[in-house]
Design a protein around this ligand. Structure first.
Ligand code: GDP
Length: 621
């Protein structure tokens, strides 16, 4: 059954192997080393596939070894976890005290132990097979996806209970195969899966946010003033839905912003250790002053790392020792709005880094936990596709066509405001911009953009830019076809050599089919360089639902073979969420789309780039 079993160092030096077939497994193992072990990617799942082969593996962090079993992927082997653990135990018993490299010249005589461990595992598994549990039905097995699903609301489906999502890949593949599907069935099935993937756990929170959404729909759009949004004077002033005498005052305040946004977007601020220190100092008599801020915080009783306090003391950490702390850590992450499946994955990666390590002090556990979290979040938040607007806009300029960005999202999330901030950043980098007013629904939408245009031009007058007008508004009033206006605007920009076109669109609910169809059409006929989804961090997992459904609709309603879906995310109102940063992680994890901009307030300069360390620090609190 097992074609190849191998023990090798994380660097790829094979210490021992056993082969039962003539196939060459080196390519598969090399891919595992290159693609997973060295990149430290996906090591939580401990499963890897290449062509027709599957590899189940186990890491030994203490000795830096990998135990791997290779088999045909169509075969389901339920004893591999136990077998690899037993093999690791037997190998360590025999050779563990001698570092791998010291023994490289000598033989690792492990065949006897391997045979007895394997036959014990096979025997134990065959006993289990004699008294099998009733096979799960297809529907039951879908519950394993429920935790991601728990984020999204689906009124038509009853809410299912959460089940263990740590099921290994081999187990999860053991569903009975379905009859052949037609193309329509596949589409339906994919849509159902997508819906299921994104159904709510936090019913209450979702209901609240839907109610909030519904209310704002009915009442029409109202400007908001955010308590935590910093200077309330600025809040009023940057609300451009109505023109007011404060305009003049606003300009004098904002003049200070000119020149602050040149070059790449600044990163989100990371809370400095000094901040935490001073917080600590004032809050208690400090008997741990020599320790790290995260540690100090946890000594006070708070902080994610404090859950690991019970497992220090010089011993080698096993999964069983870590389990209670990991469960608390998972709940902590969920409380920060991280979707539960992602919270489990983050815990798994921490477990992988800690398991088998001998850790002496609480301080070292704290830094290991932080390091593991950071590594996982870097993987999640690192964009699969690099979006470099300045570079691409320059490229378009060279080829004589305007660079076009379309903004979409539901009502009131900050599309127009953040479009204006992005416009400010572009102007600061010497691009001139045409704003296309394609929200032809909402009263005041065009006036709001007109006011932004006037203010932006006041901040960056033509005299400072070789007599170029840095921002113009292309508008055709209300009730007209948005796709047509965008097309005319792009044509106008082309003819008049404008560098960038920013297309504002009407807010729409993700479930509104006619409006989603018209957005899909607008994108299809105008073929923009970038489609940005604007979502507010404030509504947490509701924003994930919106993003997923926008993507789905753009894919469904476009008749293109390769529909243009969302390219990136503008995550707004980040200043209002305190440390509940989970939506940022969930959105990128679930859709793979990068967060290109983070809106952090209500001035033109409140635009930032995502910073993994800032996110990790918020999660650790
Ligand atoms: P739209 O309907 O999506 O175009 O939303 P608007 O751009 O009109 O913004 C709605 C409200 O959100 C306005 O009051 C903005 O000032 C506010 N807003 C937008 N972005 C941010 C942000 O990053 N932080 C805060 N605190 N408020 C914001």
């Amino acid at each position: 059954m097992l074609d190849f079993v191998v023990i090798f160092t994380k660097g790829g030096v094979v210490l021992w192997n056993s082969q039962t077939s003539g196939i060459n497994f080196s390519s598969c193992i090399n891919s595992l080393i290159r693609g997973v072990i060295l990149e430290d990617r996906n090591t939580e799942s401990k499963y890897f596939e290449e062509d027709h082969l599957a590899v189940q593996f186990k890491l030994d962090n203490e000795l830096d070894l990998v135990y791997a079993a290779v088999f045909q992927k169509v075969i389901k082997l339920n004893y591999l976890d136990a077998f690899l653990a037993d093999m690791q135990f037997a190998f360590k018993e025999k050779f563990g005290s001698i570092p791998a490299l010291e023994r490289l010249g000598s033989e690792y005589d492990f065949d006897g132990e391997f045979r007895s461990v394997l036959s014990a595992a096979e025997e134990a598994s065959s006993k289990q097979v004699k008294a099998p549990k009733a096979m799960r039905s297809y529907n039951e097995s879908q519950k394993s996806k429920k935790t991601v699903a728990s984020m999204i609301q689906d009124d038509k489906k009853p809410v299912e209970k959460r089940v263990n999502i740590q099921e290994s890949p081999t187990q999860s593949k053991s569903q009975p195969s379905s009859p052949p599907l037609t193309k329509q069935d596949i589409i339906q099935e994919n849509r159902r899966k997508l819906r299921e993937k994104l159904t709510p756990t936090k019913k209450a929170a979702d209901t609240k946010s839907s109610a909030k959404q519904g209310a704002s729909e009915k009442a029409g759009k109202k400007p908001r003033v955010w308590d935590l949004g910093g200077n309330s004077k600025d809040a009023v002033l940057l609300d451009r839905s109505k023109d007011s005498p404060e305009d003049v005052q606003y300009q004098s305040i904002s003049n200070e912003l000119v020149g602050t946004m040149q070059g790449v977007i600044p990163d989100l601020d990371v809370e400095s250790e000094d901040d935490v220190d001073s917080e600590e100092a004032s809050s208690e008599e400090d008997n741990v002053s020599s320790q790290s801020p995260a540690l100090k915080k946890s000594k006070r009783g708070g902080g994610l790392v404090s859950y690991f306090r019970g497992i220090v003391g010089g011993k080698i950490m096993s999964l069983a020792d870590l389990q209670p702390a990991l469960e608390k850590m998972r709940d902590h992450l969920i409380s920060k709005n991280v979707a539960s499946e992602i919270a489990v994955k983050l815990c798994d990666s921490v477990a992988t880094s800690l398991e088998g390590k001998q850790v002496g002090t609480f301080d070292s556990v704290a830094s290991l936990v932080k390091e593991a979290l950071t590594q996982s979040l870097v993987r999640i938040l690192s964009p699969k596709r690099r979006i470099d607007i300045i570079r691409d806009a320059l490229e378009s300029k060279r080829s004589g066509k305007p660079y076009t960005i379309i903004f979409c999202g539901v009502n009131g999330v900050g599309k127009s405001t953040n479009l204006a901030k992005i416009c400010f950043w572009l102007i600061e980098n010497d691009f001139n911009v045409l704003i296309a007013a394609c929200d032809t629904f909402r009263a005041g939408a065009v006036e709001q953009l007109r006011t932004h245009t006037r203010h932006l031009n006041a901040l960056h007058p033509p005299t400072n830019h070789n007599n170029r007008t840095m921002v113009q508004l292309y508008e055709k009033g209300y009730g007209k076809d948005a796709a047509g206006i965008a097309m005319e605007a792009i044509k106008f920009a082309h003819e008049t050599k404008v560098d960038v076109v920013l297309v504002d669109t009407a807010g729409r609910m993700q479930d509104n089919e006619p409006l989603m169809r018209s957005l899909s059409k607008l994108i299809k006929v105008n073929n923009p360089d970038l489609v940005l989804f604007v979502g507010e961090a404030l509504v947490g997992n509701e924003a994930v639902d919106q993003l997923v459904k926008f993507n789905q609709s753009l894919a469904d309603y476009s008749s293109n073979e390769n529909p243009h879906i969302i390219d990136g995310i503008v995550l707004t109102k980040f200043d209002t969420i305190d440390d509940k940063v989970g939506a940022a992680i969930s959105m990128t994890y679930i859709t793979g789309q990068p967060i290109v901009f983070v809106g952090t307030g209500q001035t033109y300069a409140d635009l930032k780039a995502i910073n993994v360390n800032a996110v990790v620090n918020s999660l650790m609190k």
